[in-house]
Design a protein around this ligand. Sequence first.
Ligand SMILES: [Zn+2]
Length: 188
Amino acid sequence: MISAQEALKLLKEGNKRHASGLGGRRSRTTNRHRRELILGQQPFAVVVGCADSRVAPELVFDQGSGDLFVIRVAGNIITPTQAGSIEFATMVLNTKLVVVLGHSQCGAVRAAVDQLNAESTSLPPNLQSIVDHMCANLSNQGITSVKDAEVANIRSGMEAIAEFAPEDVEILGAKYDIGTGRVEYLES
Ligand SMILES: [Zn+2]
C-alpha cells in the first residue's frame, strides 16, 4: 500500500514531467504490465476531475494503467454516484489519497457563475442538474467571479468527500492550469 504522502510525491513528479513536455513514457502500457494488471488493481491515488477533454488526470499527472482511480464528471462535483466510486477506491482498494482536481477555463464553473449572476441561458435538464448542484454550494459564499468559483467548487467537493471518507484518507484540492500544464494544490 502506498501512503498519501508517497502518493502525492508521485503525482507531483508526474505533473512536473507533464508540464515540462517530458511526459508519456509511463502511459505506454507494455504487454508485461498488462499481464500484471490481470491480478488486480492497486491505484495509489483517487482523482475526481472534470470531464473537460484538456484535463485527463492520467496525462496531467503522467501516470499509466493501474496507477490512478479516476472519477470524471463535468464540474468535478460529488453526487452519490461519485461518492460511491470514492468509497470503493478508499474502502475496498484501500487507496489513501483523494485529489479533487479543478481547472482553469472550466465551462461548468462558468455556467454556474452565470446562473448565480442571473445571466444564464436555458440548459438541457441533466446538464442543468449539474449546474444547480454547483450553484447550491456556491450561492451562500457571495461568489461572483469565475476564479473564486473554481476554488470554492473544489473546496465544496473536498468537504463533501470528508463527510464519508475513512479517517485515514487524505483529501486534497488542486487546480490544473490549462496554459502552463501545472497543478497547484490548495492550502488546507
Ligand atoms: Zn471543467
